[in-house]
Ligand binder design. Structure first.
Ligand SMILES: [Zn+2]
Length: 430
């Protein structure tokens, strides 16, 4: 199995390695980035004084707002060097444009190559891609290039369409799926309705994107467990974003997403932008390494995660990221409790009879948050409503208001035009 040498070195050596890369990045930004030239000047940052990772705290963070307001000022190359334009998904505000050079595409391919290899992928694997390669989406293309680099094979089916997915599994005999994990449940449901022997298919594993399948202690969460109970394939979590251009992917031991020190510097910050200790939730803040087009320095992703620094059983010594607990700006203050939407999803995913759902949050007149959960169910009953309320009270100690719809209506709300991922959270507070 391929493990880059740096990923098994002592943490102190990894730090030194990254510090060397950081110097190069700071010089590159000073020379080529309109945004960071202005930023260093405004904030009186003397890059010659930034020598270690610990010195990073002397540089203010960069936010999504900076990217939205000054988008193309981040571009460090002449436009003719750009090969691929793409955007962020826009789930938290206006989408941001990213521009990739040839070197950036090679970097993305390398990143997915080592990430897929981390998830036990081999050259004889055939991957069925159940994500889009279009719609200005970085990840689909990155997976494609990464699997090519690994020497594996790919069949591009795209999202949805269970019939075509199973037709492909039957014809091509792929060994692995790349998918949003909740779609695996849709596949199982389709297979059961159509008498497809999915349990004895060629599929042995799935790389799961976009949704967490693990709890904080790395055990499978409700979604992960529901999949595993129905279809006993190996599930790998992966966490990534366009801004990072990097993936944190599970190894075969499933103890969090492994950090690849060649690709990115990662910090975990508290509310006051001070680093938190391992095991304490912090905002994932990243500095990209080796990016030519639009590198980022101390970019706050908005994702709240725990991190772990003990050596993994796979031999890697790199930091591991726990599942995303929530988005910082999606934090809900509800009846004296602080919640993130994934905690609500976890309760809903465990209730038989709940087909799909969408969570809406509003500010009420006294300035706290109201939650309304729209649930798609085929058999709406008082019993189901009571079961839902009781589950929330037991697991989260609060019971949000609930409204019932036909599953098809919820589906329509989840997939507005141009969405690349299902929308399960609607924030009306902003
Ligand atoms: Zn590992």
């Amino acid at each position: 199995m391929l493990i880059p040498k740096i990923e098994t070195q002592a943490q102190a050596d990894i730090k030194l390695y990254q510090e060397g890369k950081l110097k190069g990045l700071l010089n590159y930004l000073q020379e080529n980035s309109i945004f960071y030239q202005r930023f260093f000047k405004t904030h009186k940052v003397d890059i010659s004084k930034i020598n270690t990772l610990d010195d990073l705290v002397h540089i203010p963070t960069t936010s999504k707002d900076d990217l939205q307001k000054h988008n193309m000022d981040f571009l460090c190359v002449k436009p003719k060097k750009v090969i691929d334009y793409l955007t962020t998904s826009g789930t938290s505000g206006e989408p941001v444009v990213f521009a990739e050079t040839e070197k950036d595409l090679q970097r993305l391919a390398y990143n997915e190559y080592i990430s897929f290899a981390c998830a036990t992928a081999r050259a004889d694997d055939i991957f069925q891609l159940m994500v889009t390669l279009d719609r200005r989406f970085m990840a689909g293309m990155a997976y494609y290039e990464g699997i090519r680099k690994l020497g594996g094979a790919i069949v591009r089916v795209g999202p949805g369409n269970p019939g075509l997915q199973f037709d492909t599994i039957e014809r091509i005999k792929p060994t692995a799926l790349v998918t949003v994990p909740s779609f695996l449940l849709k596949l199982v449901e389709y297979a059961e309705k159509n008498n497809i022997d999915y349990k004895n298919s060629s599929i042995t594993k799935a790389i799961c994107i976009g949704e967490s399948i693990r709890n904080e202690d790395f055990s499978l969460n409700k979604l992960g467990q529901r999949i595993k109970d129905k279809w006993d394939i190996q599930l790998f979590s992966t966490y990534a974003s366009t801004e990072m251009g990097t993936a944190f992917t599970d190894c075969q031991f499933g103890k969090g997403g492994h950090h690849h020190p060649e690709m990115i510097i990662v910090e975990f910050l508290d509310e006051n932008e001070k680093p938190v200790k391992p095991g304490t939730p912090g905002e994932v803040t990243i500095t990209t390494l080796g990016v030519e087009g639009m590198p980022l320095l101390r970019f706050k992703t908005g994702d709240i995660c725990n991190h772990h620094t003990e050596k993994c059983e796979c031999g890697r010594t790199t930091t591991r990221l726990g599942p995303v607990i929530g988005r910082k700006n999606q934090m809900i203050k509800y009846k004296g409790t602080t919640l993130y939407p994934p905690a609500l999803y976890d309760v809903l995913n465990d209730i038989e009879g709940v087909e799909n759902y969408i969570v809406l949050v509003d500010k009420n007149t006294i300035g706290t948050d109201d939650i309304q959960i729209r649930i798609g169910a085929n058999n709406i009953s008082e019993k189901l409503e009571k079961l839902i309320k009781d589950s929330f009270r037991t697991k989260l100690r609060v019971a949000p208001s609930v409204a019932f719809y036909a599953p098809s209506e919820i589906s329509k709300m989840q997939f507005p035009d141009m969405s690349r991922k299902p929308v399960t959270f609607v924030d009306n507070r902003v």
